[in-house]
Design a protein around this ligand. Structure first.
Ligand SMILES: [Zn+2]
Length: 130
């Protein structure tokens, strides 16, 4: 039996960060926050076992965590009006849900552009080239 070689249609991106090719920024921030967490775990473990506070590890973790957060606030931008959407969502949404609301945005809260349309346009361009 011969298998058909039809290429399966790719799943449509599930959120605007994927469509706007900005999801890598979220992954970089997640990695940096994980390293920050590990800095505190290592320093805490050392403090409990040897009674020494690893000030340089704690300081590095704090700088990395705060720096990553500040970078993330301005890095995730509307592809149309370039508004920093993370900062906009933090100011307008509950501190418990701003990240989920940010990822699930379909329209820019500032210019009302359809954030999912960006991807549709990009996919047509990709589709034409293949
Ligand atoms: Zn916008």
């Amino acid at each position: 039996m011969k298998r058909r070689s039809a290429s399966p249609a790719p799943d449509p991106p599930s959120n605007w960060l994927i469509k706007a090719k900005q999801i890598w920024k979220l992954y970089v921030a997640l990695l940096a926050f994980t390293v920050t967490f590990l800095c505190f775990v290592v320093a805490g473990f050392r403090f409990m076992t040897e009674g020494k506070l690893l000030g340089s590890v704690v300081g590095s973790g704090m700088i990395l965590g705060v720096g990553t957060f500040l970078w993330l606030l301005q890095a995730l931008r509307c592809p149309f009006c370039r508004t920093p959407l993370a900062w906009t969502m933090i100011r307008k949404q509950s501190h418990m849900s701003w990240l989920v609301d940010l990822v699930n945005l379909t329209e820019c809260p500032v210019c009302n552009a359809n954030l999912m349309k960006t991807a549709a346009r990009d996919q047509r361009i990709v589709g034409n080239s293949s």
